[in-house]
Design a protein around this ligand. Sequence first.
Ligand code: V07
Length: 253
Amino acid sequence: MFERFINQNAWTLKTEEAETNATTPSHIAIIMDGNGRWAKNKGLPRVAGHREGMKVIHKIAEHAKAHGVGYVTLYAFSTENWKRPKGEVDFLLRLPERFLNVELPKLHENNVQVRIMGTTEELPKHTIQAVRKAVEKTSQNDGLVLNFALNYGGRFEIIEAVRKISAKVEKGELTTDHINDYLFSEHLMSHSLPDPDLLIRTSGEIRLSNFMLWQLAYSEFYFADVLWPDFTKGHLDEAIEVYKSRKRRYGGV
Ligand code: V07
């Protein structure tokens, strides 16, 4: 039961002879890094890289679906991204509208369901509206779940969960004995999603940058040297191959 909760693919634990995953990851999380650098390398402004990076999303989401992946979570805007120059932040927060108009029709046709994880109330109205439209338009779809982390930070998410649980304890709805792994997960912004099986980060940076700190506890990590706008279906195939070749232990032997 506990293994099942940690991960849907945890059946591998029960077959002792299993040496590798051999299964497709059910949930892939991606840190889409290297967009600004991609643009700089071409003598373009950083924002050109963000726009290019957005075009890659539908291609990779569709290809993940073809592999049998059920959930893809993308780190679109972190709580730290507010520190960037105002012009870049403004541009980034226009991308959900562009996505809605240019990319979403294709995804909607392919039964993709868009979801959001993050503190959206702090975003400009136009961004909130675009995001809400994307979520509402695709809410009846039951294909791939495409989950955007938007104004998201892993530590803040954990703090918020602690606040929500504490409030329930104060009200007498819970006692501290009820607080366990499962209950805690249910209070995170990712409550309806399984934990990611695989994290991919592009552009050669080897760090987590405050992304899904709780949920990635047992995930396999794959770091690709390629910049996000250059990430291809072939790179995704490679990441999934490497994932399948690894043996997950979930802390066991
Ligand atoms: C953003 C494009 C991809 C590269 C990395 C950063 C820039 C898609 C969205 C989005 C978000 C919510 C939604 C629909 C689309 C997005 C931001 C940045 C802020 F409902 N790409 N993308 N949002 N980038």
